[in-house]
Design a protein around this ligand. Structure first.
Ligand code: ADP
Length: 319
């Protein structure tokens, strides 16, 4: 994950919950990709360090377990840059130019000059991030599939040119709901419509109060349609099944109004987030604990990374 701000419910249901599940039966490496953040935000780096820490605190508070997963910061393991350089020597530029994200972002992100070498090459850095740990699987969304295909192509090219060092990483696709924000659009930092994991209870409740609902339901007596209501979409990720069923039924008959329905959602969300808030408070009292987690994760990641670089150097016959 890139350190671009505080994590929100979209990040939790769309990524973090899956990261947590994978911890049970996979050896996982999760890192905060601060070098990647430079590929689009190189002009404004003032808050990167602060966000790196916030992301790590959000991870720990939400239940990523440093005893089971290796958690670290990309820039603390310089082998990522070494492998990136070596792989860049064998990656044809047209492979990068045909990347759909490259074309789309270059055209659509306004006010930033993305005609940089780093932006064109970031899928190579991403490939280095994966191959450095000989990753078998990468938990990503469909939007990342072209990047992963490129990673496999680069791995294959390396293996053919030198020696078979790398496995070809596969996507671990999970059906991920698109979590709506308080304005009904996709929840995203860029839209200012997020409910953050670190928001206190009062903020969570007041944000939900202003959340948009079925636009056709104007009066309390109007019958609603949960299928088009973003509040109901959140219920499905947050509330207990009996609450979901009840809301689904009572909205359609106007037995409950939107205010009651949001109150039930707020109660469910508070229950869901309370352990995260408690853990966050615990971490705030022991800031050294976060440093220790990062140090230990960096140490573990570095030892794997150094071993891979040794094999790569041997295969390429460089020192
Ligand atoms: P943002 O849009 O807030 O900048 P990111 O792009 O940093 O979020 O996303 C980090 C991770 O969280 C990605 O895996 C992404 O797919 C997931 N994610 C972000 N927003 C949502 C959402 N609204 N619904 C589902 N998943 C999301």
């Amino acid at each position: 994950m890139q350190p671009s701000g505080l994590l929100h419910l979209g990040n939790l249901f769309g990524a973090l919950d899956n990261f947590k599940r994978l911890q049970a039966d996979h050896e996982c490496f999760y890192f905060v990709a601060d070098w990647h953040a430079l590929s689009t935000n190189y002009e404004n780096t003032t808050r990167i360090r602060e966000y790196v820490r916030e992301v790590l605190i959000d991870w720990l508070a939400a239940g990523l377990d440093p005893a089971r997963s290796t958690l670290f910061i990309q820039s603390r393991v310089p082998e990522h840059a070494v492998l990136y350089l070596l792989l860049s020597m064998i990656t044809p530029v047209p492979w990068l130019e045909r990347n759909p994200t490259y074309k789309e972002k270059r055209e659509n992100i306004e006010g930033r000059d993305l005609s940089t070498y780093g932006f064109l090459g970031y899928p190579v850095l991403q490939t280095a991030d994966i191959l450095l740990y000989k990753g078998d699987f990468v938990p990503v969304g469909v939007d990342q599939l072209p990047h992963l295909e490129l990673s496999r192509e680069i791995a294959r090219r390396f293996n053919q040119l030198y020696k078979p060092v790398f496995p070809e990483p596969q996507a671990l696709l999970t059906e991920i709901p698109k979590v709506p924000g308080t304005d009904g659009r996709k929840m995203s930092k860029s839209y200012n419509n997020t409910i953050n994991l670190s928001d206190p209870e009062a903020t969570v409740r007041s944000k939900l109060k202003t959340m948009v609902t079925d636009p056709a339901r104007i009066r309390r007596t109007d019958k609603g349609n949960p299928d088009v209501c973003p509040v109901f979409t959140l219920h499905k990720s947050i509330s207990a099944q009996p609450v979901i069923d009840q809301v689904n039924q009572d909205c359609r008959t106007a037995a409950i109004g939107c205010i009651d329905c949001k109150k039930l959602l707020a109660d469910g969300l508070v229950t869901l987030l309370t352990p995260t808030w408690e853990k966050r408070q615990e971490l705030a009292q022991k800031p050294k604990m976060v440093d220790e987690v990062i140090d230990a994760g960096t140490k573990k990641a570095s030892s794997v990374a150094r071993q891979t670089i040794a094999e790569v150097s041997e295969a390429m016959r460089i020192s």
